[in-house]
Ligand binder design. Structure first.
Ligand code: HEM
Length: 424
């Protein structure tokens, strides 16, 4: 089993990197969009660029200079972000808002939670939430530990530098989601391929939408197989308990949302969190020596890194005032989670990572009816992975100078491309 897994994961990641290298299309280099539009996605190492903090201080809701006549507001303040995300009556997530305003076509609608509004959203979310209770998730705990340990075994065998992104951060969440959904082993390579395409903003909106429909087609085949013979994973359970309330396409949309939501986000947290540990030796030692600090460490990491840099776009159904600004009916609001998590209103010194900080409110998992359904699963993965990593490799260190690391440039999910380490 271990061998099979390691073959699958190395195949997954080879394809991933082949894609990243082949695509080479960085929106920021095309210079079609004004720099200010991409600013909320840009970082300086782990930190958002200083402009984001300046914007928040001066104008927590500000107009983005988007061409082609679409009014887009950037929301960077914590209270203002909660006002938008917490008001699903006024702000719509519905996919059809994008049609006619972007390259999206009505038939591209991926369904699922992220692009739907109540009452459709409420009905779908009710199907999913029982699969994410602590009781149901508990069944994944030993699986997560096994997956983590198998990855550590692979790293331990390596001769010379190991890329932690390839060997640790990507395979862990991907295999955990396969377990969660009940995707058969034979389908996992295809699964991973689709996962990495989904948050690919480098290829532009059209490329991402193409990936959405490709991934839906694939997931439909998985759903149809489950319909014939439902297993114990999330898909099989929903089919067994609510099979007559949901159509195949809708269920595939739900699975797609779980895949989109749970893979690259957690992978980025694993990579960037490991980088934080490599640079903060005191924290490294605390996590190594003691179980207790890991909860606080993970919460502070979630806040500080805010790897999901912006929430799904929201569209105002009517004129509404947020942070002293009128957002007009039909306007788009982009909520900067990385901006909101560092708002001075929450406390001082939030530009800095402090793993000993008492846990505080943050928006890394969003807020309101669309708040991350997988938050507890993500926490389980992170709380299992970091201590296991530092305990197995106490002398772990970066194999290259930190300045040589290459970070993603304009992706909605921030991350580092590679993280070469030495473990001996
Ligand atoms: C550390 C890892 C993760 C982060 C930072 C994260 C972040 C987020 C955020 C910010 C949202 C809300 C987006 C919005 O309101 O526009 C969200 C929604 C969502 N997440 Fe996560 N997520 C993570 C892990 C996961 C996992 C492990 C899963 C499932 C396996 C998952 C599934 C989802 C789904 C299905 C939604 C849509 C919820 C809805 O619209 O009702 N996420 N996530």
């Amino acid at each position: 089993m271990g061998n099979l897994r390691s073959r699958i994961t190395s195949w997954f990641t080879r394809r991933y990197f082949a894609r990243v290298q082949k695509k080479g299309l960085d929106l920021s280099k095309i210079a079609l969009l004004p720099d200010d539009v991409l600013m909320p996605l840009r970082r300086d190492g782990l930190d958002p660029v200083p402009e984001l903090g300046r914007k928040r201080a001066e104008e927590p809701v500000s107009k983005l200079p988007v061409p082609f006549g679409l009014n887009v507001w950037l929301v960077t303040g914590y209270d203002e972000a909660k006002a938008v995300l917490g008001d699903a009556k006024t702000f719509s997530n519905d996919f059809t808002n994008l049609v006619g305003k972007t390259s999206a076509r009505a038939e591209d609608n991926p369904g699922g939670l992220g692009f739907s509004d109540p009452p459709v959203h409420t009905r779908l979310r009710k199907l999913l939430t029982p699969e994410f209770t602590m009781r149901r998730l508990a069944r994944l705990k030993p699986e997560i530990e096994t997956i983590v340990n198998e990855r550590l075994d692979v790293i331990a065998e390596a001769d010379g530098p190991v890329d932690l992104v390839e060997e640790f951060a990507l395979p862990i969440p991907s295999l955990v989601i396969c377990e969660l959904l009940g995707v058969p082993y034979s389908d996992r390579a295809e699964f991973q391929h689709l996962a990495v395409q989904r948050f690919d903003l480098f290829g532009g909106a059209a490329a991402s939408l193409g990936a959405i429909s490709e991934s839906l087609e694939y997931l439909l085949t998985v759903v149809r197989k489950e319909r014939e013979n439902p297993g114990d994973g999330l898909l099989g359970m929903i089919i067994k308990e609510h099979g007559d309330e949901i159509e195949d396409r809708e269920l595939a949309g739900l699975a797609d949302g779980v895949l989109t939501g749970g893979f690259e986000t957690t992978a980025s947290m694993l990579s960037l969190g490991a980088l934080v540990l490599l640079q903060d030796r005191e924290m490294f030692k605390r996590i190594h020596d003691d179980d207790e600090p890991v909860h606080g460490f993970v919460e502070e990491l979630l806040r500080y890194l805010a790897v999901v840099q912006v929430a799904f776009p929201r569209f105002a159904r009517e004129d509404v005032e947020v942070g002293g600004v009128t957002i007009k009916q039909g306007d788009m609001a982009i909520v900067s989670l990385s901006g909101a998590n560092r708002d001075e209103k929450l406390g001082q010194g939030l530009e800095i990572f402090d793993g000993t900080r008492p846990p505080m409110s943050h928006l890394a998992f969003g807020y309101g009816v669309h708040r991350c359904v997988g938050a507890e699963l993500a926490r389980m993965e992170l709380r299992a992975a970091y201590p296991a990593l530092v305990r197995r490799f106490p002398s772990m260190r970066l194999a290259v100078p930190v300045e040589d690391l290459e970070f993603r440039k304009t992706s909605a999910v921030y991350s580092v491309e590679k993280l070469p380490i030495l473990v001996d």
